[in-house]
Every structure is written in C-alpha cells, then in structure tokens.
Design a protein around this ligand. Structure first.
Ligand code: PLP
Length: 315
C-alpha cells in the first residue's frame, strides 16, 4: 500500500495514521458498513475518477438496502473525493509515476454507541481514504492470466445476505473463498451460488467467451452489478460482440474459449486455468485482450467516447 497523507473521517481531514475508531464501533462487531472501491487514473487532463457517479450511487443503494440513516448525496460524495485527491496531491503522485492509479475507498459505517444487533440511533459515519494500489491480481495476472479454482464456499444469497449491497459483512464470505484458493496454490476463487450456478469471484465479475459471444451471470445468480462489468459490456458491444446475461454451469467454464474477471481492483484480468483445465491457449485470448486494451485507454482518457465517465479533480 502506498499511503497518502489525509483521510476524510467523521467530517474532518485526519492524518492517515490518525484515522481511528473506538473498539466498540458497531460495524467492527456486526459488519454494519457499506463501501465502494473506486479508481482514479492519470489522463491527459490530469487525474480523473472513473465512473464516480455510478460508484457513489451504488454506495447509497447499499446503504438503502441496510436502512442506514444518513444524509449523504452523490454530488457531495464526489466533491469530497475530489477534495481528497487535491489535498493528497494525487496529481503529482500520478504525474511522477509514484502511483500508476489511485484506489479510493469510501465507507459508511454504523459507529460507536449502543451495542447489540439493532443499529438503532448510532451515528452513521463516513470515511474516504485513498492509496496507491497496483493490480489486485498482479501484473503478471493481468498480462498472462491467473489460475482459478471453483470454491467449496457458495456465494451469499439474497435469503442470507443481499449480494447486491457492498456490505462489509459480505466479505467474510469472499475472504473464506479467497483464502481457500490461496492455500491450495491458486490465484483466485470462482464462486458458485447455493443453486450451483456460476456467480462470480470473491471481488470480481466473471465473463465467458464462446464462439465469439460473451456471456456473464445475471444479478439473480448472486453477481454484484459490477461497474467494470458494465464498462466491459459497453466496450464489447462497441467491438461488435454480442453480450448476454444468463446462468452458467461449472462445465461451461471448462469449455470456454476465453474467461476473464472484471473489477475496479482487478480491472480486466484473464483466467488461464480453471480447476486444472487450461482455457483457450492458456493466456488472455483475443477478445479479452481487445477489451483490456480499450479499458486501459478509456480509464486513462485516451478514448474519445465516454468522457462523462471521467471526473477530474476540478470538474
Ligand atoms: C463481490 C464483488 N463482485 C464484483 C466486483 C466488481 O465490481 P466493480 O467492477 O464495480 O468494482 C466487486 C468489487 O467491487 C465485488 O466486491
């Protein structure tokens, strides 16, 4: 982690090392927090936050699912994020290549007050931090693909924890799957839902390519409505590739021509092997590479379309 200097916490700027909470913070005990992961990249016009509006709308949607009491709005949260990047001199960090991109982490959480399962009137607190974070699944993974294993842990289900909310509690499920994959010598897990359908990775959406078409599981199979996934769908369509949302069984993964993960942290990462079966030629296939290249151009402002997806510090 490449730290920055300041964090926005509980309504003020706090030095990075001093952004602390009480040990009886409700969210620490019961997972009552919702968060986002956003990236800002260097563009010809300076640093730009990628799809800030969609990320903050999803944050507020997550808070709505959990009936969290707060008064934050999307424009206010975007403004705070711009101020955070400004205060941390992210323009210099990116321009001097100290960071390739900046990872932004907003968190709304139920704070210190009453304990017990009812979050009641405990104040909902906001934190927004930023740091330098490279490719989540490694540069080699992005270039040459990663090895995955279908997890013995099923993805959470709407009857247990709402998968469409990015709630901190969900990530206990993701962590179990991730740990299992790493212990067994794989790079990442692939999660099925409780009905045995392919859902997603612990922190990534899954895309399958077969016969030149793209298929990705729908939210009804427990997949988070990923913003990178939506971006990949848009880019694929622009490349003339047909995209459909439908349920996938595990076997279809083995027979795929190409597989890739999408996520703000993982960006576009090819999967070269699943459960010991090599996918395609064993690296990123041509469609994955084409979408990867378009994505890299888009987030870095090298693309003439979708300028509205980039929010500069001063916009
Ligand atoms: C469970 C899960 N699925 C998918 C994603 C990818 O979503 P996005 O592309 O919006 O980052 C994430 C990351 O936020 C995630 O945590």
């Amino acid at each position: 982690m490449l730290k920055t200097q300041w964090i926005w916490h509980q309504g003020e700027w706090v030095p990075f090392e001093e952004a602390k909470v009480h040990v009886l913070t409700h969210a620490l005990h019961y997972g009552t927090g919702v968060f986002e992961g956003i990236r800002a990249y260097q563009t010809p016009k300076g640093p730009a936050i990628f799809r800030a509006h969609e990320h903050y709308q999803r944050l507020l949607d997550s808070a709505r699912i959990y009936m969290m009491k707060h008064s934050h709005t999307v424009p206010e949260l975007i403004g705070l994020t711009q101020a955070l990047l400004e205060k941390n001199q992210v323009a210099n960090l990116l321009a001097s290549a100290q960071m390739d991109s900046v990872y932004i982490r907003p968190l709304l959480y139920v704070g210190y007050g009453a304990m017990g399962l009812n979050p009641g009137n405990n104040a909902v607190q906001l934190m927004i931090a930023a740091w330098g974070w490279g490719s989540y699944l490694g540069d080699d993974g992005v270039a040459n693909g990663i090895r995955c294993k279908v997890s013995s842990w099923a993805r959470i289900d709407s009857r247990t924890l709402p998968p469409l909310a990015k709630c901190t509690a969900n990530y206990a499920n993701s962590i179990l799957a991730k740990q299992e994959a790493l212990i067994n010598g794989f790079d990442e897990a692939m999660m099925l839902n409780v009905n045995g359908m392919v859902s997603e990775g612990p922190g990534e959406n899954i895309f399958l390519i077969k016969g030149g078409n793209i298929i990705t599981p729908p939210p009804s199979d427990g997949a988070l409505m990923g913003i990178t996934a939506d971006t990949a769908v848009t880019l694929a369509k622009e490349l003339g590739i047909e995209v459909s949302y439908r349920s996938l069984v595990r076997d279809e993964l083995f027979l795929a021509d190409e597989l890739f993960f999408t996520g703000t942290a993982a960006e576009i990462t090819p999967i070269r092997e699943i459960d010991g079966r090599v996918i395609g030629a064993g690296g990123g296939g041509p469609i994955t590479k084409a979408i990867q290249a378009k994505y890299a151009d888009l987030v870095r402002g090298r693309c003439s379309s979708h300028a509205d997806w980039l929010t500069g510090i001063a916009d």
